[in-house]
Design a protein around this ligand. Structure first.
Ligand SMILES: Cc1cc2nc3c(=O)[nH]c(=O)nc-3n(C[C@H](O)[C@H](O)[C@H](O)COP(=O)(O)OP(=O)(O)OC[C@H]3O[C@@H](n4cnc5c(N)ncnc54)[C@H](O)[C@@H]3O)c2cc1C
Length: 400
């Protein structure tokens, strides 16, 4: 019951962190606690399955550096462990004159982030890559790929256990108590002592951080992303991945088409406020969690500023016709009855008290804890690099 390090959360970030710690210090006593009865039940198991290239992110940001390093580590990992993946490339399409300068900025940003062989595409050349797409121009990004992150996470889990770490499923961390000499992690089943806690609890990372940090300045706001699937007979409309130019204010908005590694083509996701942190259905609601979101001063500021965008997303969530209209901007041949309901995922987006949606990955260090407090997309792509970063912070403490 005594461990050198305890990791909270069996999503891809917690698992990758365990893997990287073991790689550097194989003998450490390591325990990973996951509240569900299986790994990767939340963000990791309900995402778009894209291996992001690092095109979008501000040069020098944690997202940019970890995505680019994580991309290479992930691709190597998949090759080494026979995890199926494909580097199929994607196109980003400008659909209005106003998007053309943004597309140009994206091209420059991609180059700043070190991406090679990006190709500018004219309206005509878009069709060489995606015959059913319409747009004013685009970029082809050859590096982008697809993978099933559930399989990646399961492989991380298998390797961690083979190397001697313990994974306890079905154990929710309900409290963490620290004194000068030791930290005790309490679950509903047992208590464990440790030198260091690493919090990778995703949608509950603020709650777990709150167990060791007073007056935490951030709250996780859950945004559900809903998908449709193309009917089998219409999958020919999409060869690989088709993305719109992102709105610089909301880079995670904008429905896109993704061919999935497990088969099929998904369209989405949108982004609507979830009334429950793990609320995958429109009807899922937990009043205590909703009240916490609505009362958070940062969220109130975001809602006041961006209410129109929020309503548009909400409208699209209830109106299949409106969702289809957004997709038709990219592929005009798509009709409402070509789409069937797909799954949903919930994004954990940190929002600070002042009203900023935290854009970059955020890692907060405490005396006995390291808290990964904001790990939205592309954190699945970046997982091995985030894991490396957190492992380095953790091992520095054990040595010091
Ligand atoms: C709709 C959607 C699409 C996305 N698309 C992509 C994509 O294409 N490419 C990409 O790179 N990224 C994508 N992402 C982002 C990516 O999925 C996440 O950034 C990544 O999975 C985060 O991993 P995580 O381990 O931090 O969180 P999670 O996978 O959510 O794991 C956290 C774990 O902590 C556990 N936990 C929480 N509280 C406790 C507690 N108290 N005790 C014990 N366990 C606890 C949870 O049960 C959960 O299993 C997408 C995300 C979403 C939602």
């Amino acid at each position: 019951m005594d461990y050198d390090i305890i990791i909270v959360g069996g999503g891809i970030v917690g698992l990758a962190t365990a893997l990287q710690i073991q790689k550097k210090r194989p003998g450490l006593r390591l325990l990973l606690l996951e509240k569900e009865n299986a790994l990767a039940r939340h963000q990791t198991g309900n995402n778009s399955g894209v291996i992001h290239s690092g095109l979008y992110y501000k040069p020098g940001s944690l997202k940019a550096t970890n995505c680019i390093r994580g991309y290479h580590l992930l691709v190597e990992f998949c090759k080494e462990h026979n995890v199926p993946f494909e580097l199929c490339g994607k196109i980003v399409v400008a659909s209005s004159p106003a998007e053309l300068p943004l597309l140009e900025n994206l091209y420059i940003r991609g180059q700043q982030n070190g991406l090679q062989n990006l190709k500018k595409l004219s309206a005509e050349h878009l069709k060489d890559y995606e015959p059913h797409v319409t747009g004013l121009g685009g970029i082809f990004v050859p590096q982008t790929g697809i993978v099933d992150y559930k399989i990646v996470a399961a492989k991380y889990g298998e390797l961690i256990q083979q190397s001697g770490a313990a994974i306890h499923l079905g154990e929710q961390v309900i409290d963490i108590q620290s004194n000068r000499d030791k930290t005790v992690v309490i679950t509903q089943k047992a208590s464990y002592t440790t030198g260091l806690v690493i919090n990778c609890a995703g949608l509950y990372s603020d709650k777990v951080a709150g167990m060791t940090v007073q007056n935490l300045n951030i709250k996780i706001i859950p945004f559900r992303g809903e998908y449709f699937k193309l009917k089998k007979e219409k999958e020919y409309l999409v060869k690989n991945l088709i993305y719109p130019v992102p709105d610089p204010n909301f880079p995670f908005l904008g429905v896109h088409f993704t061919r999935m590694a497990k088969g099929g083509v998904e369209a989405g996701p949108n982004a609507v406020l979830a009334f429950q942190r793990e609320g995958y259905k429109k009807t899922d609601i937990r009043l205590s969690e909703l009240a916490e979101t609505l009362l958070w001063p940062g969220f109130q500021k975001v809602a006041r500023k961006y209410w129109r965008t929020g309503w548009e997303e909400m409208y699209r969530s209830f109106s299949k016709a409106a969702f289809t209209k957004a997709l038709q901007i990219l592929v005009p041949e798509i009709h409402e009855n070509d789409l069937e309901t797909g799954g949903a995922g919930v994004r954990a987006q940190a929002c600070d008290r002042q009203g900023g949606l935290v854009d970059d990955f955020l890692i907060l260090e405490e005396r006995n804890a390291i808290n990964v407090c904001n790990a939205p997309s592309p954190a699945a792509t970046s997982s091995l690099s985030i894991g490396e970063t957190v492992a380095a912070l953790a091992l520095k403490r054990l040595e010091g």
